[in-house]
Design a protein around this ligand. Structure first.
Ligand code: PRP
Length: 181
């Protein structure tokens, strides 16, 4: 039987859209000073909704590409358990690259991705995450742009899931089993 959950809104649709506009302006001002368009790389699946809103808030020439990796959570608690299950379609050699994530938690996923992308010779490599759980870091990673700092609560909505559900919520909320607050 599925447990029942309380959902408590943490960031409303308005909070998110205001912050996405601000991030878009910061990125427009600070990124993509190389010769070609900015290469925006989205990590599936969680980041796809943030990506769609963020790129429309960036006033630069850009391209979009996608990567999917198997989660270390499905193997062992080591970044070596991470592997690419869908690679980028295009080269990022000599490109200005912006990796877009929905959340950085332990940093294990991102540290693997950054090491992997760095080996491909980008001109510049930056990270934008909507949510940053800095208190949970295991692997140190540099996040250049973040929307909101978050705590330990389990979050769903706006791309984030619980067992693949609730990615389509327009807001972000904390999930707790009934009886646990
Ligand atoms: C989430 C998120 C990041 C990763 C961050 O992905 O999109 O890729 O976890 O966690 P970490 O910093 O502890 O490595 P998830 O594995 O939940 O898959 P999903 O994006 O398909 O929901």
């Amino acid at each position: 039987m599925h447990p029942e959950f309380h959902k408590r809104v943490i960031f409303t649709e308005e909070d998110i859209s205001r912050r996405v506009r601000e991030l878009g302006a910061e990125i427009t001002a600070g990124c993509g000073h190389g010769s070609g368009p900015l290469a925006v790389v989205s990590i599936l699946k969680g980041g796809f909704i943030f990506l769609a809103d963020l790129i429309r808030a960036i006033d630069l020439d850009l391209t979009v590409d996608f990567m999917a990796i198997s989660s270390y959570r499905e193997s062992s608690l080591h970044s070596s358990g991470v592997r690419i299950v869908k690679d980028l379609s295009d080269s990022i050699f000599d490109r200005d690259v912006l990796v877009v994530e929905d959340i950085v938690d332990t940093g294990l996923t991102l540290s693997y991705i950054l090491r992997n992308l760095q080996e491909r010779g980008p001109r510049d490599l930056r990270v934008c995450t909507l949510l940053d759980r800095t208190g949970s870091r295991i692997a140190p990673v540099r996040v250049d742009y973040h929307g909101f700092e978050v705590g330990e609560e389990f979050l769903v909505g706006y791309g984030l899931d619980y067992m693949q559900k609730w990615r389509n919520l327009r807001f972000i909320c904390a999930l707790a089993e009934k009886g646990q607050g």
